[in-house]
Every structure is written in structure tokens, then in C-alpha cells.
Design a protein around this ligand. Structure first.
Ligand code: KG4
Ligand code: ZN
Length: 337
């Protein structure tokens, strides 16, 4: 079976084609991605209306690109998957509308995919996919969760953030430091030249004894430090603050992941979502897990942030495990929340 997948929940338009056999991990045939980051940068964040309009402009050329790369016609597709949510309502509607119209024209079924399930299963697109069961640390711009994953579709939430997500903590702190949107990668680059012990920032809920998170207090602490630095902080001071902020977020993520692993007795950790691209997080997790005999799996770097491949892959794995609720006939909904 061939599954075409569309991702349009936020500021990336992604299209991908995945092949699924009765057994074995589904394989990626082709994918194409367009990031709107440059367009939104001037506004310091995603402008929903601009995002929707750009998805409309990009989605068909990207689809043609994927089909050309695969050397396939649209009629050779068996199932069309799309991100049903969460995300921006207007942006989701573009992917869903295109997927459902195409499927209706072709007489093929559709499958709505949960965006976070896409992230969660994205490490299965790597050359060395994880085995079940595992603990998953899902760290994106909107979510921070620890989960126990026993099988496709069997997800037990162990803990999550009570306020800001880890990506939000990166982005909001970066904005306070005057860095461009999205701040995570910029803050991480600036932190390379900084001393992470220069500022004593909080590690929220580090000792709560539970695998949950809170990052709102960290942002407030960063704001307090920025105010103390005055109107024209030295570049070194900003680099130090970036390094200290990153160290705080990473320490909490590593500590809570280890807690979830210990409580479950599992020896496998999967990290997914945009923040999973963070080099410091990878370095610290790898170090802590190596000591404890725990394997850590990450998506390939370019598949950490939003993309179509993870949506097609999640749909393929749902189909393979007999858990896909396929829909026919042109009706669709999106679930922004
Ligand atoms: O998964 P994603 O693309 O979108 C959501 O579903 O939210 O994640 C985007 C988030 C943003 O907050 C971005 O700043 C963060 O991931 N991010 C990073 C890095 N790359 C992306 N944060 C820290 N370090 C990075 N290298
Ligand atoms: Zn995402």
C-alpha cells in the first residue's frame, strides 16, 4: 500500500509518500517540505492567516514534486493521510481540504492523523528504528510530554507541562534576548559561546518526584536577568544567559526522562519534536543514558521539526497494525485543540 501524507498544522507545508507492507517498518519513498519561517520572521511569530495562504500556494507543487521523485501517478496512491490536529485551524483546513478532495476525486479513503503521533513515530523513519515498548519524550513548540509507548496506538501519558512547553521556553527566552523567530535554534547557537554557570536560573519542578514539567517561571527569571543587564548588554552576557537558559531546560528534560525510565523499568527512550534537534539535549541525554544502559533513539535531525514524512509514517503504522479508521466520501473535520 502507498500512503500519501500532508502536514499543514503550523508553518511548514509537508508532503510525503510512504510504502507499507504487511510486515516490517514502512519505508519513505519521497518527501518535500516548504518552511514558512522566513515569511513569519518579520512578525516575530506565526501569522495564522499568512500561514494558511502559503499552505494553499505550496501544497500542490510539493505534491507534484513528491510524485515526480517517486516516479508515480496519483492514481497509484491507496490512502491519503493528513494532519487533523492539533494546530492552527485555518492551516489544518488546507491540508485536510486538499487531502479529502484528492481522495474523493480518486475514490480513495483518507485518514486523519494526530500531529503528535506523527512526531512520536518519526524515529521509525530512521535507519535504526526503535523497538517497542519505550518511553517517549515529546518536546515541541506546543507540547512537553513523557509517555509510555507499548505499541502503535497504545500510549500512556506519564506527565506533561502544566504551563509552557519546552519549545515555548526556548522561543520566549530567545525573544527576550532579541533573537529571531523561532528562537530555539538561535538560542542554542548563541549558547555555544556562553558559560552556562554564569546565571543561576531556576529548574522548575525538578524535585517534584513526578514526570511533569513547568517552564513559565524560567521565562520570568530570564526576563528579570535581561532587565538587570540594561539597555545594551554585552554580547558575552547574552551568550552566557542563553547558555544558562538552555542548561536549565535541558537539565529538567533529562532528569524527568530518567525518572520516567526508572519508574517504568524500560531501557529505551525515544525523543521527538522540534526541541529533539537540540545538540545540548542530545549530548546530555546520551551521556546520562549510556551510564544506565539505556538506548536513546532520535528522529533524523531534519525530521525533528514538522514534516509530511512523519504524518505519512504514522498513518502507515496505523494501517499496518489494523488501527486505521479510514474515511470515504469527502466529509472532513479538523481538531485545532
Ligand atoms: O515540532 P515542531 O516543529 O513544532 C511543533 O509541533 O510545535 O517544534 C518547533 C519547536 C520550536 O519551539 C523551536 O524553537 C524548537 O522546536 N526547536 C529547537 C531547536 N530546533 C527547533 N529548540 C531548541 N534547540 C533546537 N536546535
Ligand atoms: Zn510539530
Amino acid at each position: 500500500m502507498r500512503v500519501l501524507g500532508f502536514e499543514s498544522s503550523c508553518d511548514e507545508t509537508g508532503v510525503a509518500l510512504v510504502d507499507v507492507q504487511p510486515q516490517g517498518t514502512p519505508t519513505l519513498i519521497a518527501q518535500a517540505l516548504h518552511s514558512q519561517i522566513d515569511m513569519h520572521q518579520a512578525y516575530g511569530g506565526v501569522v495564522p492567516e499568512l500561514a494558511s495562504r502559503d499552505h494553499i500556494r505550496r501544497v500542490l507543487p510539493l505534491t507534484r514534486q513528491v510524485l515526480a521523485e517517486a516516479g508515480m501517478a496519483l492514481s497509484e496512491i491507496d490512502v491519503i493521510a493528513y494532519t487533523r490536529g492539533p494546530g492552527l485551524a485555518g492551516a489544518l483546513l488546507v491540508g485536510a481540504g486538499v487531502a479529502v478532495s484528492m481522495a474523493a476525486a480518486l475514490g480513495k479513503p483518507t485518514l486523519g492523523v494526530h500531529h503528535l503521533e506523527g512526531h512520536l513515530l518519526s524515529p521509525f523513519l530512521s535507519a535504526d528504528p526503535p523497538e517497542f515498548p519505550f518511553i517517549a519524550l515529546l518536546v515541541s513548540g506546543g507540547h512537553t510530554q513523557l509517555m509510555r509507548v507499548d505499541q502503535v496506538g497504545s500510549y500512556e501519558m506519564l506527565g506533561e507541562t502544566i504551563d509552557d512547553a519546552a519549545g515555548e521556553a526556548f522561543d520566549k527566552s530567545a525573544k527576550l534576548m532579541g533573537l529571531p523567530y523561532p528562537g530555539g535554534p538561535h538560542l542554542s547557537r548563541l549558547a555555544q559561546d556562553g558559560d552556562e554557570r554564569a546565571f543561576d536560573l531556576p529548574r522548575p519542578m525538578l524535585r517534584s518526584g513526578k514526570p511533569d514539567f513547568s517552564f513559565a517561571g524560567l521565562k520570568t527569571a530570564v526576563l528579570t536577568q535581561i532587565k538587570k543587564l540594561g539597555d545594551s548588554p554585552e554580547p558575552q552576557q547574552l551568550a552566557d544567559l542563553a547558555a544558562s537558559t538552555q542548561a536549565s531546560i535541558v537539565e529538567v528534560l533529562v532528569h524527568k526522562s530518567l525518572l520516567a525510565l526508572k519508574e517504568s523499568g524500560l531501557k529505551r527512550l525515544v525523543v521527538a519534536g522540534g526541541v529533539g534537534a537540540n545538540a545540548k539535549l542530545r549530548e546530555q541525554l546520551n551521556k546520562a543514558c549510556a551510564k544506565r544502559g539505556i538506548r536513546v533513539h532520535y528522529p533524523e535531525l531534519h525530521l525533528c521539526t514538522d514534516n509530511g514524512a512523519m504524518i505519512a509514517m504514522a498513518a502507515a503504522m496505523r494501517l499496518q497494525s489494523g488501527q486505521a479508521q479510514l474515511e470515504q466520501g469527502g466529509a472532513f473535520d479538523v481538531k485545532p485543540r
